[in-house]
Ligand binder design. Structure first.
Ligand code: PLP
Length: 392
């Protein structure tokens, strides 16, 4: 008898991760000697703020930080999360039961699905969406109901389109505003509606507020927990990756309903040992930085947004300036699919963009461009687009 190397169905049935596929294509393009400009992933360029680096360096000098960290995160990081929440949103949280540090929010979003979804449970997910919002539930064996988002509805979830029988059965609804990849933002009224909907159908809400602070033109994203009663049925995920350019440090957190958090904590206790204590000390420092740091990050991305949107406009694109996130969500030229357009762009210009269908079929017809290069590189993108005739 031979060995059976077939992975479990939960792995085998996953669609290929598009970023991994893009990596292969990028490697090929590099072999051909192309100078790539990678605007594919949402991977911030640059360094974490200096006080964060200093805090990590200091924490490295403390012997006990080199051992296993507490499973549930350090008490001082959890307290910093609660203080930050109160400062930003006026929401009170218990640092012991309503805040849990994560090894990045992707880890938590996916494990939450494993902690709460039994095979066959109905889960409501937007399409297009950040992949962890549907891949986590898929790994857990969920029956996905896709809430299709469209430009006509400003990429907002249309709750009235969810059939009554599906809503009755649904256990969890994932959502994310400001949205990756569509860059859409949602009003406070929308958050109130979704809480009322979830309460009516007894659905747990999972909100991803990854772009809590990357908002422009004075816009302030809403936290789900600001909505009265939301904490009774929901959790919200945050990350240090984006605002503080700490994507490689792997640190984020979830806040909200203590029962939901307890289930995730129990699962994680069996899977991981938490986050390196020195990284938690650094993350705590990041959350306590004066607002001027956040404003600098906002200005950086806002200037890039303006530069690229205005440059693309001269090439014939008409892209509204997003109010938040670090992306542009760009329609492909008429009649061209997302993958073809992204590949064509890569081959002709060496510029990497992400095909919209990486975020689900409803992202077909779009590509996502990340604002993760400085002005000179973005000018180079525009020049290459012009020379290669990449236009709308
Ligand atoms: C909406 C959204 N959620 C979560 C993540 C992952 O963040 P983290 O680095 O905390 O895992 C990303 C990363 O791009 C994202 O866009």
């Amino acid at each position: 008898m031979g060995f059976d190397f077939t992975p479990a169905d939960r792995v085998n049935t996953l669609p290929p991760y598009v970023f991994a596929r893009l990596d292969e294509l990028k490697a090929k393009a590099r072999e051909q000697g192309l100078d790539l400009i990678d605007l594919g992933m949402g991977n911030p360029d640059g360094y974490a703020p200096q006080p964060v680096i200093d805090a990590a360096t200091e924490a490295l000098k403390v012997g006990e930080n080199h051992g296993y960290p507490p499973f549930e995160g350090t008490g001082s990081f959890r307290s910093a999360i609660a203080r930050w929440y109160h400062r930003r949103y006026g929401v009170n949280l218990s640092p012991d039961s309503e805040a849990l540090p994560l090894i990045g929010s992707k880890e938590g979003l996916t494990h939450l699905a494993l902690a709460y979804i039994n095979p066959g449970d109905t889960v409501l997910v937007p399409s297009p969406a950040y992949p962890a919002h549907f891949r986590g539930p898929l790994i857990a064996g969920a029956n996905l109901h896709k809430m299709v988002l469209t430009a006509e509805k400003d990429w907002l979830i249309d709750l009235s389109q969810i059939p009554e029988s599906v809503a009755q059965q649904a256990k969890i609804l994932y959502f994310n505003y400001p949205s990756n990849p569509t860059t859409a933002v949602a009003s406070r009224e929308f958050f109130e509606e979704i809480v009322a909907f979830a309460r009516h159908y007894s659905i747990l809400l999972v909100h991803d507020l990854c772009y809590a602070e990357l908002a422009f033109d004075g816009y302030q994203p809403t936290s789900l927990l600001e909505i009265p009663g939301a904490k009774e049925l929901s959790v919200e995920f945050h990350t240090l990756s984006k605002t503080y350019s700490m994507a490689g440090w792997r640190v984020g957190f979830v806040v909200g309903n203590s029962k939901i958090i307890q289930g995730l904590r129990t699962l994680k206790t069996n899977l991981d040992y938490g986050i390196f204590a020195a990284v938690q000390a650094a993350a705590e420092t990041a959350l306590e930085l004066p607002d001027s740091y956040v404003e600098q990050a906002q200005q950086r991305y806002q200037q890039r947004r303006d530069f690229l949107v205005e440059g693309l406009e001269k090439l014939g694109w008409n892209i509204p300036k997003p109010k938040a996130t670090m992306y542009l969500w760009v329609p492909c030229p008429k009649g061209t699919g997302s993958t073809d357009f992204a590949l064509d762009t890569l081959q002709k210009t060496g510029v990497v963009v992400t095909p919209g269908n990486a975020f689900g079929e409803a992202g077909e017809g779009y590509v996502r461009i990340s604002l993760i290069a400085d002005r000179d590189r973005l000018q180079e993108v525009l020049d290459r687009f012009q020379q290669a005739g990449i236009r709308y």
